[in-house]
Design a protein around this ligand. Structure first.
Ligand code: CA
Length: 221
């Protein structure tokens, strides 16, 4: 389970990272909005622990941004602002949980466990996006009601994009998930697969699903 901690209080950030690591979570700790954006662009997380008052911005703005771009991993807000209005605002913006400071570490763990359980129970088996429909149980893909014949790699590639609609996925992130490895996959291979997938799904200029983000990766739109 990968957890991203966004917290600018050095001592608390270190404590959380260490505590979560000891409980066998993979924890990444960042302390600014900018670092949080970079971290999320780089890889996916199973949950995010988000402080609100950050040196370069407000955690609530970060959350709004993420939810708007279709990023739906669970977020626990961690904040000294325990006013009811702040709590409501956070939840309205799409936070899944709110833990006022000070809190006990065991309490945070319990909240995280509950969130992760809830998320896996709700994990969708049917994903739809602009006429595209991907069924995780039957491993089938339909485009405007018509079945599409995809190879297993093309299917895996599409699944990652459907789970991250609107998010820019880096080449490294895609390659690691598809080829299940950390060594440098020949990135031309990824382009080959992308162009096959495009050929099977897109009918430009009206129907375009993938945007190439130069130097970074791809984005499903
Ligand atoms: Ca803070």
């Amino acid at each position: 389970m990968k957890i991203l901690i966004v917290e600018d209080e050095r001592r608390l950030g270190q404590f959380l990272k260490q505590g979560l690591t000891e409980r066998s979570y993979t924890a990444t700790w960042v302390s600014t909005c900018r670092e949080a954006r970079d971290a999320l662009c780089e890889t996916g997380y199973d949950a995010i622990v988000l402080d609100l008052s950050l040196p370069d911005g407000d955690g609530l703005d970060l959350l709004r941004e993420w939810r708007k771009s279709g990023f739906n991993e669970p977020v626990v807000i961690l904040s000294a602002r325990d006013a009811v209005e702040d709590r409501i605002k956070g939840l309205d913006l799409g936070a899944d949980d709110y833990l006022p400071k000070p809190f006990s570490f065991e309490e945070l763990l319990a909240h995280l466990r509950a969130l992760l359980r809830r998320q896996s129970a709700m994990k969708q088996t049917l994903m739809e996006h602009r006429g595209l429909r991907l069924d995780l149980l039957s491993h089938t893909v339909h485009l405007d009601g018509q079945p599409v014949d995809l190879t297993s790699r093309e299917y895996a590639l599409l699944e990652i994009f459907m789970q991250n609609v609107g998010r820019v996925l880096t080449r490294t992130m895609i390659s690691e998930k598809i080829w299940d490895s950390h060594y440098d996959v020949d990135t031309n291979l990824l382009d080959v697969y992308m162009s096959r997938l495009r050929g099977k799904l897109e009918a430009p200029p009206e129907k375009v699903y993938f945007k190439t983000v130069r130097g970074i990766g791809y984005q499903m739109v």
